[in-house]
Design a protein around this ligand. Structure first.
Ligand SMILES: Cc1ncc(COP(=O)(O)O)c(C=O)c1O
Length: 404
């Protein structure tokens, strides 16, 4: 391959672009993880994590990918044979279910069509039927990265409460944390699972469990075997600024920098920026006359958009045209969506001009791959980005017409 000039566009929905400030922070000599400077850094990180997860409770950091944090949440809370309510939103919901099944849990898996998230009413109905409270936990993927569908977590919390059910509430925020509004405490979540490689703008390799009081209490009687993932030992040693094993020191330098950047921008502004980029992307997709996979505007994702190609056109062949021609990586379709959709990641360290470049790459790719479409998607997005407040609210119209 000859050298390609300019920056590669990494527009998959994670891992995302790592900002230079974070790369510079990671590129520092590894320090003694039992020394005083490390202890101070851990305390600083723990405070910053509370801000991002919007919690007063502890957040545990693992040197692991998101899958590790999924497992950690389950093994700390549950006992063999415990019943868990899960929902088929998409590929990652399926993977979490597979992991839970391997751990010996009994999964009540509610089928779904991958174009909508679970309806809060469905959660309420399932829990109301469970009169002897056999269900011990409800697991929801907040933002399904394979589909670009975002579940309504506060409404699901309200549904659990309405059913008067004591189940623990576990939420995967791997592709929503620090991109889409999320509040661990206010939304009554017991364990929030997250990862480093998306909204946190870090490379892959760290993952998180934010843990409520109720979850901590449940962990004391949970019987699934655990050692590496055990919260108790971790929390005891974290309180002094250290870890029970060798931590990923250089990724923690990066995490400290990422948390500073999120504070400097302010979470509210971070969420607003993502929402604007998501809306601009959807305007482009509609103008191209292509279909957004997510069917309910109330569940559109702020961090990625999955786009369906017309029947008979291969989304992977299209992505190859874009990669070869314009040096941009787009997300592929996963599991049953393979070859049918491509995903545009618009999360993390991202701005208007990066989005404009991304959409230009897609529009040029559509033309070069001879995918039937209308031109003008980029222009639609630019018009919106130029003044988001002045643009007529396309989605509101759609929502209202659906409701009427
Ligand atoms: C929503 C969601 N959950 C879980 C995972 C699994 O995380 P990892 O691949 O970091 O193990 C991913 C990965 O992209 C994800 O997007």
């Amino acid at each position: 391959m000859p050298l390609r000039s300019g920056r590669h566009f990494l527009q998959i929905p994670g891992p995302t672009n790592v900002p230079d400030r974070i790369l510079r922070a990671i590129d520092n000599p590894t320090m003694d993880h039992r020394g005083p400077d490390f202890g101070r850094m851990t305390q600083e990180i723990m405070e910053g994590l509370k801000y991002v997860f919007q919690t007063e409770h502890p957040v545990i950091v693992y040197p692991a990918s998101g899958t590790g944090a999924w497992e950690a949440a389950l093994v700390n809370l549950l006992s063999p044979g415990d019943r868990v309510l899960m929902f088929e939103h998409g590929h990652f919901a399926l993977m979490w279910k597979k992991l839970a099944t391997k751990l010996g849990l009994d999964i009540d898996f509610v089928p779904g069509d991958w174009r909508r998230a679970v309806a809060p009413e469905e959660v309420e109905a399932r829990l109301a039927e469970d009169r002897d409270h056999r269900i011990k936990a409800v697991c929801v993927v907040h933002n399904e990265t394979s589909t670009g569908v975002t579940a309504r977590i506060p409404q699901i919390r309200a549904a659990i409460d309405k059913a008067g059910h004591p189940a623990l509430f576990l939420v995967d925020t791997i592709s929503s944390l620090a991109s889409i509004d999320y509040r661990h405490d206010a939304w009554g979540v017991d364990v929030t699972v997250a990862g480093s490689q998306k909204g946190l703008m870090l490379p892959p390799g760290l993952s998180f469990n934010a843990v409520s009081e109720k979850a901590l209490k449940a962990s004391r009687s949970a019987k699934l075997p655990r050692s590496y993932w055990d919260w108790e030992e971790m929390l005891e040693i974290n309180a002094k600024g250290y870890f029970p094993y060798t931590p990923a020191t250089n990724l923690l330098y990066g995490l400290r920098e990422a948390l500073s950047m999120l504070r400097e921008e302010g979470l509210v502004n971070v969420f607003a920026r993502h929402a604007i980029h998501a809306e601009a992307t959807r305007r482009a997709v509609r103008a191209w006359d292509l279909e957004i996979l997510c069917q309910d505007p109330a569940e559109y994702s702020g961090s990625l958009t999955a786009v369906l190609l017309p029947d008979g056109y291969d989304a992977d062949a299209f992505r190859k045209v874009v990669l070869d021609g314009f040096d941009m990586s787009l997300g592929n379709g996963l599991s049953k969506l393979a070859g049918k959709v491509f995903r545009i990641g618009h999360l993390g360290d991202f701005n208007d001009l990066m989005l404009a470049g991304t959409l230009a790459g897609v529009e040029m790719g559509l033309k070069r791959a001879a995918i039937p479409h209308r031109t003008g998607g980029v222009q639609k997005a630019l018009d919106y980005l130029a003044d988001p407040t002045a643009a007529p609210a396309e989605e509101e119209d759609i929502r209202q017409s659906m409701a009427s």
